[in-house]
Design a protein around this ligand. Sequence first.
Ligand SMILES: [Zn+2]
Ligand SMILES: [Zn+2]
Length: 287
Amino acid sequence: MVYRITFLGTGGGRHTTMYQTRCTGGMLFEHGEPSHFLHIDPGPGALTQMRRIHYDLGRTESVIISHAHPDHYSDAPSVIEGMTRGGWVRRGSTYGSPSVIEGVEGLGPCLSPYHLGLTERTVSFRPGDVLDVDGMRTEICKAKHSDPCNVGFRFDTPYGTVSYVSDTDYDREIGEQYKGSRVLILPVTTPHGNRIRYHMCTDTAIEMVEQVRPELCIFIHMGIVMLRHDPAGQAAMCEKATGVRTVAGEDLMTLDIGEQLSLGKADTYPDDLWIPHWAPDMPEGKK
Ligand SMILES: [Zn+2]
Ligand SMILES: [Zn+2]
């Protein structure tokens, strides 16, 4: 059974996103037996990164969009077109917060009615909900962010809980929800001494890691100030303060979740005319 997360992008925040200092393509989560593919937060760069690793979007069965900020959703329409074989095969599920699916207080909706209509199911979630994402139990947690609908996730695997916290301010209540996580994927937008509203910095990451005490913490969603302040050094600061193994994510890093947690790098391919076999024969599912 394969449980693997491929980090398509580890950048976040508006400046990293607009200049693509790091990609902001979210994560691909391969899970279960046979394998299912879930795409979490496909922001800018997702498609480019999937091309670099020759990942066929036609394998994706579900997409989850945590909130209505472009670093989390902008490549989603194309991801949905991939999931549905160019829009010809109705399959898969789209999950999103109410701001993503319906639009709330001027934020979103992030997908057109056309794209929302392509997948088999559309699910709008709220904190406290428990989803069955292609067989994987997924708990929806509360976040404190400038999109008030944002949430975080606890994904249950046979090898423990993998949590993706998504953009939030930190307090004890936020941290409490992630207790028992084996892996904590944490958006640490800014470095030590740079606390900003609605996001985490290295200092609050340390407090949260201290509270949750996972086996492994991975920093992602790094803003430009963070990137200029040695992300690996910031992660080391967290590891030193908490004793919890902490790494700064890198684009196309992989995490295999099994008896052991192992980090690696996705295979990349040179630029060529690669396209999956089904694509040129699209009428496969044409009605
Ligand atoms: Zn963000
Ligand atoms: Zn955000």
